[in-house]
Design a protein around this ligand. Structure first.
Ligand code: AMP
Length: 404
């Protein structure tokens, strides 16, 4: 069994999970996060199953401090020494066109990662700080990078190239990259295990951010997010797809800067913009049930954007074997799933209402005679990162054996 630490570094937080695993089983030994890095009230929060989280408030000035706090905690509770850690897996935001799978981090990989930062200027530096912190705290420890965009590198040029002058792709690397790839990849593997074959899958990752991915034979064929995560579906606070002239028109006529317009489309739009400032789907559903017309409409618009995309992806793949819901809304909202599935009855989807309403939700929520299966699968990007790290670790061990 190997112990693998998975880190997800954000601009002011680092989430962690320590896994004990081999090729067949895995166990989460500990998980939690360091929050408010570089801010007042920074703390380590260790999550427990009984909801009695352990919290330690301590000054944490940067990512190195944050990861040191995590390692110190793990050394007190779960590790005799850091040699017990076989590898550290990092969630990385953007792999550009360099990476179509997880890789062991070395100097060449780091150079390429640095080169992708301009593609993800807001979040890219944090991912890199996470790797740099581990390199300095645990020199020579095997580190693995798993990229949110990598799964979508299988898209055909007709799916990823925007119809703008070619030099923008050549010079500025502007193209559809897609995100949530680690989650869609995990859904692809899990669904394949359930179906017993690879098939045509539509994976709906519906959280605060949301994206849908068409997966054929284990490969991403198309996805809704684009050059940035702003594209595609209506999301909690992001508009999703819209006419490219709209931001320009607003900038010109309202005298707004690019940053102000970006802020508006990313933080004040989507469900938040359509309602009176509600971004959480639970609040929106509750308000709609109490008769709030804006919330009622926002739910209909949200469902419409899902149904329209699913229909397009069925057309792109020439059919569908399974539709999968995952992430906060996908896993927890029977209402959204029901509304979507009812509109897709033409695909032979026959929802089992009892299973759909069960809590925790059943894995398969369609009846036995439903010709298209619908599944609810909890998102688990951390496990995917741990599994990919484990696989690379095993390959490395094998290489070393062969070299002896
Ligand atoms: P995530 O980004 O995956 O953490 O998902 C966050 C979203 O999941 C938020 O918009 C929540 O409102 C939504 N969510 C969580 N639980 C529920 C629920 N029971 N019903 C509807 N939406 C939910």
């Amino acid at each position: 069994m190997d112990k693998i630490l998975v880190l997800n570094s954000g601009s002011t937080s680092v989430k962690f999970q320590l896994f004990l695993m081999d090729s067949n089983t895995h166990n989460v030994i500990s998980k939690g996060l360091v929050d408010r890095i570089g801010l007042q009230g920074s703390k380590l929060i260790v999550k427990t199953d009984d909801a009695h989280d352990f919290t330690l408030e301590t000054p944490i000035k940067d990512h190195k401090d944050a990861i040191k706090v995590v390692l110190d905690y793990l050394l007190q509770k779960h590790l005799k020494n850091t040699d017990e850690l076989s590898a550290v897996g990092h969630r990385m935001g953007h792999g550009g066109e360099y990476f179509d799978k997880s890789v062991i981090i070395d100097e060449d990989v780091m150079e390429k990662i640095y080169d992708t930062i301009p593609l993800i200027p807001l979040h890219g530096p944090a991912f890199v700080h996470g790797v740099e912190a581990v390199t300095s705290l645990l020199p020579n420890k095997m580190q693995v990078a798993t990229f949110d965009s990598a799964f979508h590198q299988s898209m055909d040029k007709s799916a990823y190239l925007y119809a703008i002058p070619k030099e923008y792709y050549k010079d500025l690397r502007i193209r559809r990259y897609g995100f949530h790839g680690t989650s869609h990849n995990y859904i692809s593997h899990k669904t394949e295990e359930i179906l017993g074959f690879k098939g045509k899958i539509i994976s709906c990752h519906l959280g605060g951010g949301g994206s849908i991915c068409a997966i054929n034979n284990g490969k991403s064929v198309d996805t809704t997010m684009g050059y940035t995560p702003s594209a595609g579906l209506i999301m909690s606070t992001r508009s999703g797809d819209m006419d490219p002239y709209i931001p320009l028109h607003i900038m010109k006529t309202q005298n707004k800067t690019a940053d102000e317009v970006n802020q508006m489309f990313n933080k004040q739009s989507g469900m938040f913009g359509l309602t009176n400032g509600h971004s959480d789907m639970r609040d929106i559903i509750e308000s709609a049930e109490k008769g709030d017309k804006d919330c009622e409409f926002a739910i209909e618009a949200y469902v419409y954007s899902l149904v329209k995309t699913i229909g397009a992806y069925v057309a792109v793949m020439g059919g569908i074997d399974a539709l999968v819901f995952t992430a906060g809304i996908g896993e927890n909202s029977p209402l959204i799933r029901q509304k979507v599935c009812e509109k897709l009855s033409y695909l032979g989807i026959n929802l089992d209402l009892d299973k759909n309403n069960q809590r925790p939700c059943a894995e398969e929520i369609t009846t036995s005679n439903s010709s298209t299966k619908v599944f609810v699968i909890p998102a688990n990007e951390e496990l995917m990162i741990a599994e990919e790290s484990y696989e690379l670790l095993e390959m490395e061990k094998q290489k070393q054996k062969e070299a002896v």
